[in-house]
Design a binder for this molecule. Structure first.
Ligand code: NDP
Length: 463
């Protein structure tokens, strides 16, 4: 048997790659991992973690305003963008250290370098200008924002990567896209006091979500003061003599702003990785093609996370990493399960969702029941805030299985995590009905909606 320097070499030190390296090293295998930028990857360094911190930052003005109804008078608040950026940096640096140390403590070796494949068992560590060999290789290089190079003036735009570290907070921003990133950042910037416009090509933002959530979020965001333009795209971005930017829209309007941000999806990081040299096949958008076990077209090379363009979510990459370790190193072939993935959009208000939307359910099932409640959450009673919460369950009339659960409102993301367990376990509406409510909470609506709001039979709504 050939002998290699390592049992496993991982390219990419994000959530998926680090998890695979750490767990495999913990099994006593010889493991190395290479990361060219910062350990922690998109999620920790310029994604989920800093995003959530900025969401918290952007919520304070509403908290201050809401406090009055509870008897507090809050002096005029002042915000300092640079303090937020610096404090965010401190926190992500701490996490970055933990990610790298975790691998090293488990016995793995962590390189700060770009690594590329030379052949199916050889990796070049560029910063050290040397090659090493490995029995198994895992590609976990993630993705990056779609640069939208066809847009004239795209070079003037920023992406989520830059948005976290802008030298100063813009006075006005225009954001293109209607997905997670565009919607979350529109709310962040608006909350921080930036005049914000969202430009989306489709009929309604957040295409993959239940229509009720989409409409209600759209309305609420507009009421807060975010301008949302649907069925519009950018045709060009021009830099003005005063340094500001003009965003030209397909409908003819020109919006002047300090920053223009593109959030038009993410593309897999597969260029110049030596994949062709090793014989690894790519798909249509440059993603690495893998089988159900995350194995590429080359037997000893695997890929997980966003680079495979399956489900672009951190917990999914981590799950794929654990399945990979089971398959490749524990003699226990395990396919990642991509069904019923709970997810949250950290918009304001938040979305938490799991399972099928009403439209998906009614196209797959002949007869569904929809339980729906729209109410003012208790915290908004004394505050006087006119913001409603939506709770919705989609049930298969035949089997009583809960097919989808959708929430818009405070802490919806936290609720989606728990609903994820219920839907994964295949619980029925009767199980929900038999569950005691926790009072007074917003989540109790989930177990107290006893009669359907309406039924949808063969695609037609009965009420
Ligand atoms: P999304 O896929 O969520 O959204 C991309 C948006 O860009 C869509 O609205 C899409 O429109 C639009 N779009 C794509 N191409 C064009 C184009 N050429 N012109 C105009 N509009 C276009 O991607 P994001 O960039 O927002 O986020 C990337 C991924 O990161 C997400 O899919 C998600 O999985 C993950 N993520 C998860 C978060 C979370 O869990 N909270 C937070 C942030 C990101 P259309 O809908 O019409 O296709």
């Amino acid at each position: 048997m050939a002998s290699y320097d390592y049992d496993l070499f991982v390219i990419g030190g994000g959530s998926g790659g680090v998890r695979a390296a750490r767990v495999t090293a913990g099994l006593g295998k010889r493991v190395a991992i290479a990361e060219e930028f910062r350990y922690g990857g998109t999620c920790v360094i310029r994604g989920c973690v800093p995003k959530k911190l900025y969401v918290y930052a952007s919520q304070f003005p509403e908290h201050f305003a809401d406090a009055a109804g509870y008897g507090w008078s809050v002096p005029k608040a002042k915000f300092d963008w640079r303090t937020l950026v610096a404090n965010k940096e401190r926190e992500i640096s701490r996490l970055e250290g933990l990610y790298q140390n975790g691998v090293e403590k488990a016995g793995g070796e962590a390189f700060h370098s770009r690594a590329v494949l030379v052949d199916a068992h050889t990796v070049r560590i560029e910063s050290e200008d040397r090659t090493v060999t490995a029995d198994q290789i895992l590609i976990a290089t993630g993705g990056r924002p779609n640069p939208h190079a066809a847009l004239p003036g795209h070079e003037h735009c920023i992406f989520s990567n830059e948005a976290f570290d802008l030298p100063e907070l813009p006075k006005a921003i225009v954001i293109a896209g209607g997905g997670y990133i565009a919607v979350e950042f529109a709310n962040i910037f608006h909350g921080l006091g930036v005049e914000t416009t969202l430009v989306y090509r489709g009929m309604e933002i957040l295409q993959r979500f239940d229509m009720d959530l989409r409409r209600m979020l759209h309305e609420t965001m507009e009421k807060k003061g975010i301008r949302i333009l649907c069925q519009e795209i950018f045709t060009a971005i021009d830099k003005r003599p005063d340094g500001r930017l003009d965003a030209h829209l397909s409908g003819g309007e020109v919006i002047t702003a300090d920053q223009v941000m593109l959030a038009l999806g993410r593309i897999p990081n597969t260029e110049n990785l030596g994949l062709e040299a090793a014989g690894v096949e790519l798909g249509k958008v440059g993603e690495i093609n893998v089988d159900k076990f995350s194995r590429t077209s080359v037997k000893n090379i695997w890929a997980i996370g966003d680079v495979t363009n399956r489900v672009q979510l951190t917990p999914v990459a981590i799950h794929e990493a654990m399945c990979f370790v089971d398959t490749a190193f524990r003699d226990n072939p395990t396919k990642p399960d991509h069904k019923t993935v709970p997810t949250a959009v950290f918009s304001q208000p938040e979305i938490g969702t799991v399972g099928l939307s009403e439209d998906e359910a009614s196209s797959r099932f002949d007869d569904i029941e929809v339980y729906r409640a729209v109410f003012r959450p208790m915290r908004h009673t004394l505050s006087g805030r006119e913001e409603k919460m939506l709770v919705k369950l989609i049930v298969d009339t035949d089997t009583r299985l809960v097919l989808g659960a959708h929430i818009l409102g405070p802490d919806a993301g936290e609720m989606a995590q728990l609903l994820g367990i219920s839907l994964k376990a295949g619980l029925t509406k009767d199980d929900f009905d038999h569950t005691m409510a926790v009072h007074p909470t917003a989540a109790e609506e989930l177990v107290t909606m006893y009669t359907p709001s309406y039924r949808v039979r063969n695609g037609a709504r009965d009420i």
